[in-house]
Structure formats: structure tokens, C-alpha cells
Design a binder for this molecule. Structure first.
Ligand code: SF4
Ligand code: SF4
Length: 443
């Protein structure tokens, strides 16, 4: 976004069948509208990848307008319904990182609505100009308070009692042939702090198996390769780790019958204690009560209510302060991609961030490019993140990545009623739509 006065840069992505024809009609009919818009024709608004919109904004566009057929009129029957969902999520995430959502607009314009097209462009140009001018006036440099819960980590600690029970369970699984391999944790060699990966295929290796409490690594990203190599595999982890494995089943990366999920129970925290409010605690409880095939240690008595208190602390900041906060956070991002590598839900062979033709984000670690990288990544994780905290645990700069991922979870919960689930049949909310999805942001 240019913070200089002068004409705005507005990019329109229009579906071929309705809105493009409507814009054509506006021209033929000599309707006057803001000349700042540059139009890109798409086969369908459903083909509009949010990457295109965010790339335009990142590269200097002040605003983006996506326009498609009215509900019920889509040439491909339902592409516009999918688009409606996607951009509702992207706009909410933009607001969270302090980017004005007025910069990303959507409209339904039919081939016969040349007049409406001219009105929509004028309204959008006005809104985008106001957003640009407000950002300029605020300077987007407000102080950036760091909410207290950001980037928190609990170092893994051995639990001897749990370890003995886990070893016995693992022995049974391997001895009975229920699994051919087990993924768990062991101590790091040389007495160094932290944990190391254990792939056990026989009883002797289980002498090294250790149950850790706290933020031990989520091993689900090794699950697919271990199943391919050894056959049915047991995954040992906290409840949210197990949910990431279910996500792999949901997305056809694994067969449910090829994995056995062994949950590590956790001690019940004192009522109202800070541990009970820790982000991800709800997902841990859901994983242990609904996803686990076996639980070693205590099962949670109940699934606590999700509060999203960490998200609310940032939501409460004014927009310029949110922007300043995230810019400061992502200004320290090294673009090492450890967060991406550690996340079991990030498994694309070629990540958009590695693409150079087109280059969706600059690989150079600037605050701006990193903010867009993480914004797009959060969008990709909406409805898929299981809150395992792994991205945040591995980040060398202690960036509160979990808060951004949890905002995406909150958005799909509030907009579409989607909650993290242990049922692999529950669809990803962005691979579905409903007739009563939010429409109030669409012109
Ligand atoms: S985004 Fe982070 S918290 Fe969510 S599944 Fe991936 S690693 Fe876990
Ligand atoms: S792990 Fe941290 S520093 Fe590395 S790319 Fe992710 S956010 Fe940036």
C-alpha cells in the first residue's frame, strides 16, 4: 500500500460469465466510474486464490475487488459460494494483523448490471481511499504492547511413572503385532536438554522410550514416512498431536487403520490455574477423549471451554497497534521455515513460499514480506490447525505463531461453526460451504 496521496491502485478480479460482462456493459452504456481499477478476468470467482489478492496488496495495490455471479447464478453452480467463505476468512485474518479489511472487497454483479458495476467500483474506490488515508494518518506506528501469553513454552520434563506405563503399553503393541513401529521420544544423547526422536521397531529400543510432559515435539510429521517404511505405526503424543494425525487421515495422507494413537495423559490442573487456560488445552482434551486409541496416564475429566483469551488480547488493540505488534513480531522472523517444517499440517511438496515463478512472497526476511507469509500460512491452516503448539515451540525467535493460528481457528468457529474434531469425516470448512454463510461484507 502506498501511503502517498494521489490516485489509488485498485485491482479487480472478475468472473468471466457475470461480472466481466457487467463491466463490459457499463462501458458500452457509458456509465462513469473510478478509473483507478485494473481488471483481471478469471473463469470463476471460485478460482480466485486468496494468494492472488494478497500478492496484489503486498506488491503495492491499495485495494482488491473480487466480483462474481450472484448466489444461484454461478456458471459452475457453486464456485461463488466457495469464494464467499474464503474471503470472509481472509478479511478476518487481515483485520487481526492490522491490515484494513476494506482493502479486500467482494461483490456480486451480473452481466445485466452495468449500472451496479459502476456504483460498486465507485463505492470500493471510496472505501479503499479512506483506508489508505486513515493508515497514513495513523502512521501505523503505534506502540506495540506484547500480550503476556505470547510465545510461551513449557520445557519438556520427564515423567518416570508415565514412562513405565508407556513402555509397557508399547511392548504390548509391538509384541501382539498390532503395530510394526512406534514413534516416541527419548533423551538427547550426551545428557543435553530436550528430547530426540525414537522410532522403535522392537522391544530393545523401548528401553530408551521416555514419556515427557510439557512441550515435547509433535512427532506426527514423521508418521507418513514411518508407515510407508515399516507398516502400522503407533504415535505417542499429547492430545493435540493426535488430532494432527487425524487431520492427515482426513486429508487422505494416511489410512486410519495404519495408525494407533497413544495419548499421554496430563495431570488435572488446579481449577482456574494458569495451566488450565493455556492455549491448546482444549485440543489436548479433545484428542485424549476422542482421538486416542489408548491413553497412558490420566484422561481429562471433561473438555474445557475454549476462551481464546490470547486472541482476544490482540483483538482488543486498535488496528494500528495490531499492525505495529505483528510487524514487530515478524520483523524478527528469519524465514528459516522451522515453523512450517515442524507443522504436521504443512505438507505440500512445494510451498507457495518457495515458488519463485510466481514469487508469492519475497524470500527476503523483511517485516512486510514475513507478515504476508504468515498471514497466508494462517489462512491455509484455518480449520486444520490442531493447536499442538509445535510451530511456536520450534521458532528460534519466539514469535507467537500459535496466536495467529488460533485466530484462524476462532474465525472458522464463529463464521461456520467449525470446531476441531477427532472425526476424520468432518470436512475442512474451506472445502465446503453453506447457503447461509456470511454475506454482509459482499456488495
Ligand atoms: S499451525 Fe502450529 S499449532 Fe497448528 S497444527 Fe501446525 S504446528 Fe500445530
Ligand atoms: S520458525 Fe520463527 S523465525 Fe523461522 S520462519 Fe517460522 S516464524 Fe520465522
Amino acid at each position: 500500500m502506498s501511503l502517498q496521496p494521489g490516485p489509488i491502485k485498485l485491482i479487480g478480479f472478475l468472473c468471466n460469465w457475470c461480472s466481466y460482462a457487467g463491466a463490459d456493459l457499463a462501458g458500452v452504456s457509458r456509465f462513469q466510474y473510478d478509473a483507478s481499477i485494473r481488471i483481471v478476468r478469471l473463469p470463476c470467482s471460485g478460482r480466485m486464490d486468496p494468494l492472488l489478492a494478497l500478492k496484489a496488496l503486498q506488491d503495492g495495490a491499495d485495494g482488491v475487488l473480487i466480483s462474481g455471479c450472484h448466489p444461484g447464478d454461478c456458471h459452475y453452480s457453486d464456485g461463488n459460494y466457495f469464494a464467499r467463505r474464503r474471503f470472509a476468512v481472509v478479511r478476518s485474518l487481515m483485520e487481526f494483523v492490522g491490515l484494513d479489511p476494506r482493502r479486500l472487497q467482494m461483490s456480486w454483479v451480473s452481466a445485466s448490471e452495468g449500472k451496479k458495476w459502476a456504483e460498486v467500483v465507485n463505492e470500493v474506490a471510496g472505501a479503499v481511499t479512506a483506508a489508505r488515508d486513515e493508515a497514513r494518518a495513523a502512521g501505523q506506528t503505534a506502540a506495540a504492547p506484547l500480550p503476556a501469553a505470547s510465545g510461551d513454552r513449557v520445557p519438556p520434563r520427564e515423567d518416570p511413572e508415565l514412562t513405565a506405563a508407556l513402555r509397557q503399553t508399547a511392548r504390548d503393541l509391538l509384541a501382539t503385532g498390532r503395530v510394526q513401529a512406534l514413534l516416541g521420544h527419548r533423551r538427547r544423547p550426551g545428557g543435553r536438554p530436550g528430547t530426540a526422536l525414537l522410532v522403535a521397531t522392537g522391544p530393545e529400543a523401548l528401553e530408551e522410550l521416555v514419556a515427557f510432559q510439557g512441550d515435547a515435539p509433535n512427532l506426527a510429521c514423521h508418521l507418513k514416512s514411518t508407515v510407508e517404511r515399516h507398516g502400522t505405526t503407533a504415535l505417542v503424543g499429547k492430545g493435540s498431536d493426535l488430532l494432527t494425525a487425524i487431520n492427515l487421515v482426513r486429508e487422505n495422507q494416511l489410512q486410519r487403520q495404519s495408525i494407533v494413537l497413544v495419548g499421554l495423559g496430563f495431570p488435572e490442573p488446579a481449577a482456574g490455574g494458569s495451566e488450565s487456560l493455556r492455549p491448546g488445552r482444549v485440543q489436548e482434551a479433545v484428542g485424549l477423549t476422542q482421538a486416542a486409541d489408548l491413553v497412558v496416564g490420566a484422561r481429562p475429566a471433561a473438555v474445557p471451554d475454549e476462551t481464546f483469551a490470547d486472541v482476544a488480547a490482540i483483538d482488543a488493540l486498535p488496528r494500528p497497534a495490531r499492525y505495529a505488534f505483528w510487524r514487530e513480531q515478524f520483523g524478527s522472523c528469519l524465514r528459516c521455515y522451522a515453523c512450517r517444517s515442524a507443522c504436521p499440517s504443512c505438507y505440500c511438496k512445494t510451498c507457495f513460499a518457495d515458488s519463485r515463478r510466481p514469487a508469492w512472497t519475497s524470500p527476503a526476511p523483511s517485516a512486510e514480506s514475513s507478515l504476508y507469509f504468515h498471514l497466508i500460512r494462517a489462512y491455509h491452516l484455518a480449520g486444520r490447525c490442531a493447536g499442538c503448539r509445535e510451530c511456536q515451540r520450534v521458532c528460534p525467535m519466539q514469535i507467537p505463531l500459535l496466536t495467529l493460528a488460533r485466530k484462524a481457528s476462532q474465525v472458522v468457529q464463529e463464521l461456520f461453526g467449525h470446531r476441531v474434531s477427532a472425526d476424520p469425516q468432518v470436512k475442512n470448512p474451506l472445502a465446503a460451504f453453506a447457503m447461509d454463510d456470511q454475506v454482509d461484507f459482499i456488495r
